[in-house]
Design a protein around this ligand. Sequence first.
Ligand SMILES: N[C@@H](CCC(=O)N[C@@H](CS)C(=O)NCC(=O)O)C(=O)O
Length: 210
Amino acid sequence: MITLYGTQKSRALRVSWLLEELGIAWQFYAIDFANGEHKGDAFLALNPSGKMPVLTEGDFVLSESAAIMRYLAEKYGQGKWLPKPGTQESAIHERWMSFVISELEQPIWSIAKHRFALPKELRVDTMFTVAKWEFDQAAAIAETWIPESGFVCGSEPMVADILLSQTLGWALGFKQDIPPKLSAYRDRLKQRPALAAALAKTVALADVAK
Ligand SMILES: N[C@@H](CCC(=O)N[C@@H](CS)C(=O)NCC(=O)O)C(=O)O
């Protein structure tokens, strides 16, 4: 059985969304982030960095959200969700994967780190200005690449679509401005039933009780 460790709206969401798209059986282990469960011995044994998501499948343990997504798509995607290796489409897909992680996500994560994730004494307010500038630069590039309709590689959704869309959702959550074509793309993607299913399945018991 596949188990996904994380919290509902962390980077685990990109994995839970893909798991629902793939239609395979999986279970969610909700990490108690507020009480530091991700820095406890049990979770550190799965991922020594204490970062989520982590996916287990039997004895197999995998961290890093992009690697997890690629593993799941390769193993369970039945030829969908990743372009054929060695094609130009695959190269464009890789460009999106790298760009989202290193250019779009990075400033958003800087905001998160300096708002709540870093120890208080390491948080620096000027990072918000830097991160907003960096995100705007990256979003302007993504705006030139994003198609008016469909998905990043054409008419079928790919792993990078989930990664990009979830990252844009994060950016909106941190009150970043998203340029119009990118915003319309995010609106299209967020209608997917698998996203709603993933969000429903990953509500922690503690959240339900609120
Ligand atoms: N590159 C990693 C980043 C993982 C990561 O930083 N996850 C955050 C939650 S979205 C986390 O667990 N942060 C806890 C910490 O930094 O201590 C990935 O993509 O999986």
